[in-house]
Ligand binder design. Structure first.
Ligand code: FAD
Length: 388
């Protein structure tokens, strides 16, 4: 662990315990943006944690970034999800924008001004299929116009810029896509769907008819198919898996507190629930082990710098497996923790409440629907020749 990271990790732990935790219930109840947490992150330059040091960022590795998401997930999954979603977009710029002087300067500005980045990939007509777009960028000389019917854009109104997928030109097929950064000041938002959900309420993921314009330099200079395979797909599943692991670990922590209270009440016999606690901790161990293994694999591939390695079926399937396993184990773990804590976990106003945890947990499998992901895995399983 680098000295820089030790300091950043300690700082994020401290912010998690204080400002993130303090406002988590209010953010959830009011389905509002966690502004207090993000003010603190910006003040401590945490939005540029993954930006290389040469542009002024912390230059953290993917494993270090995932650790921060895991820490935050234990305190407020909405805050952690927004942090993760922002870092996914930052990673797209860091990995694919550096050949452009415009994006080099944008990264410097992001460090200085702590811009928050959102994402609009989902679209009316294609749903969660990231590899298809209906909308197309319309270029006119050096400038462009881009309009998208986006049924879900998290924290759109609190972001400084949105990265939008679209077809590369009016005649391009649905899969010939580019990834474009549009600045908030160049956008208009007409709400087409609200965000009164079970969980992840603080992500404020309403839907909008997004109208935007900008300079053609704002198109990331790489085809979206490469950005997705090399960055967006792995970084999404690894950062999400990390924050879900944090959420699961806090559920187990609450279960442990309940078992310890029961043991104190009757110190002569271990409570029955201690066996259940051991079982749920095994589940958490498995969830974390698969996740950490894939984070290391991705880190190694990034260090090797061979872009073809990311389209290997084995790597894609394992990345999808992180999303599938973590999202489904999360529901299982929080449910088991609830059985251990009992009524004090079922109550919304108890210090051991698991109400928010269980509602957030159910969002994980539908955020890019698991059936869609399993469908991709099924196709690759048939085509794959090597042992998994
Ligand atoms: C908390 C949260 C935040 C989000 N934030 C954003 C954001 O900031 N930006 C953004 O763009 N999106 C965002 N999304 C949307 C998300 O990324 C997915 O695109 C969206 O959840 C998919 O919605 P869907 O279920 O309508 O669509 P689909 O994925 O299209 O699924 C619809 C149904 O069709 C089935 N299905 C579809 N295709 C297949 C297939 N190939 N194989 C098998 N079954 C299939 C699925 O089982 C499912 O039942 C967010 C979602 C959540 C939950």
């Amino acid at each position: 662990m680098s000295g820089v990271f030790a300091d950043v990790q300690a700082l994020v732990e401290e912010l998690g315990r204080t400002v993130v935790s303090e406002y988590a219930s209010d953010v959830d109840e009011k389905a509002r943006f966690p502004s207090e947490a993000f003010e603190a992150f910006k003040a401590n330059k945490l939005l540029s944690a993954y930006v290389p040091e040469k542009f002024g960022g912390h230059g953290l590795s993917i494993s270090e970034l995932c650790k921060l998401c895991e820490i935050l997930g234990a305190y407020c999954a909405s805050t952690a999800m927004i942090y993760a979603m922002h870092q996914i977009q930052v990673a797209c710029l860091v990995h694919h924008g550096q050949t452009s002087s415009w994006f080099q300067q944008y990264l410097r500005d992001l460090v200085e001004k702590q811009f928050l980045l959102a994402s609009a990939t989902t679209e009316l007509g294609v749903g969660g299929d990231l590899r298809s777009s209906v909308c197309a960028i319309e270029k006119n000389g050096d400038s462009f116009v881009l309009n998208k019917q986006a049924p879900v854009i998290s924290y759109a109104l609190d972001a400084d810029a949105i990265l939008v997928t679209c077809r590369a030109h009016a005649d391009a097929p649905a899969s010939d896509q580019v990834h474009v950064l549009v600045k908030k000041e160049d956008c208009s938002f007409a709400e087409i769907a609200g965000w009164d959900t079970l969980g992840f309420r603080g992500t404020c993921s309403s839907g909008y008819e997004l109208k935007s314009k900008g300079h053609c330099d704002q198109i990331i200079p790489a085809p979206f198919v490469d950005i997705l395979a090399q960055t967006m797909h792995p970084v999404s599943h690894l950062t999400w898996g990390s924050l879900w692991t944090g959420l699961a670990s806090d559920s187990v922590h609450r279960a442990r507190q309940a078992v310890r209270h029961a043991h104190k009440r009757n110190p002569n016999a271990p409570p029955v629930s201690s066996l259940r606690l051991s079982e749920v901790d095994e589940q958490l161990f498995s969830m974390r082990s698969g996740l950490y293994r894939e984070i290391e694999e991705y880190k190694t591939l990034l260090a090797e710098g061979n872009p073809d390695a990311f389209s290997n079926f084995g790597f894609s399937i394992r990345t999808n497996n992180v999303k599938l396993r973590c999202s489904e184990m999360l529901v299982d773990i929080v449910g088991r923790a609830l059985m251990i804590v009992g009524i004090m976990g079922y109550k919304n106003d108890s210090p051991l409440s698991l109400g928010r945890h269980i509602r957030d947990a159910y969002g994980a499998a539908i955020m890019v629907n698991n059936d869609r992901i399993r469908g991709h895995n099924a196709t690759m399983q048939i085509a794959m020749r090597e042992r998994s």
